[in-house]
Design a protein around this ligand. Sequence first.
Ligand code: SAM
Length: 271
Amino acid sequence: MPQESAVYTHGHHESVLRSHTWRTAANSAAYLLDSLRPQMHVLDIGCGPGTITADLAALVPDGRVTGLEHAPEVLEQARATAAARGLTNIDFAVGDVHALDYPDDTFCVVHAHQVLQHVGDPVQALREMRRVTKPGGIVAVRDSDYSGMIWYPQVPGMDDWQRLYLRVARANGGEPDAGRRLHAWARQAGFVPSTLTATAATWCYHTPEERAWWSELWADRTVSSVYARLAVDGGHATPEELAAIAGAWREWGADEDGWFAILHGEILCRV
Ligand SMILES: C[S@@+](CC[C@H](N)C(=O)[O-])C[C@H]1O[C@@H](n2cnc3c(N)ncnc32)[C@H](O)[C@@H]1O
């Protein structure tokens, strides 16, 4: 593992995949869709269980999508998703965004969704993404910003969740407030500001179904995932404190006035 790699804070516990598999190109990559052309060759870095990757493949029917992952175990699910959709223009590989195993100028579009917040050196990651993109091609990145998440009502314990998450993610070498930094990292990686578009977008959860899904997956993640283990092993929280945070999530989810918004930063960089 290269020195700059961070520990992926969430791991791929079922409670984490419950969130990732909800994602589509429409709800997670809308800022990129107008730039796609049917024949394009796309690299989707940190593809996870591959639902966005599969959508991208359907949008480039005369082209190809490669999903790249640092964690080989999640690719089994990504391959199954692609097969279930009958996609034949998609393949998957294991790799690290800090040192991509592709020649210069290989892809038309290089995309990463919710990945740069987890890596040890996001500027190096963007340099590599730029290197493997063809001249005239696009690097597209979207990350949430954990300090930019807001919710109602102010259930006691939810602030503890946010503070703890920020601490654990940073202790693992990541930057959970990545959304607001993407354009600055891109400039440091050598992208010219005039060829870069920076936007923001949100996810918002409010209906009973959305609240149940979002609160349960976070309650479960807080006590059962890699994140829970890292929080306890790193001395950031006790199991009792994690159980209290999980309870706060369930209390928020059960409140019919519950509302939760997630802010994302997005960049489209022309190579
Ligand atoms: C939050 S998940 C996002 C998955 C998918 N892009 C999505 O939005 O549903 C982040 C993914 O990035 C992967 N990842 C973390 N560090 C990486 C690295 N250095 N190189 C490639 N992938 C990495 C993790 O294994 C994880 O599957």
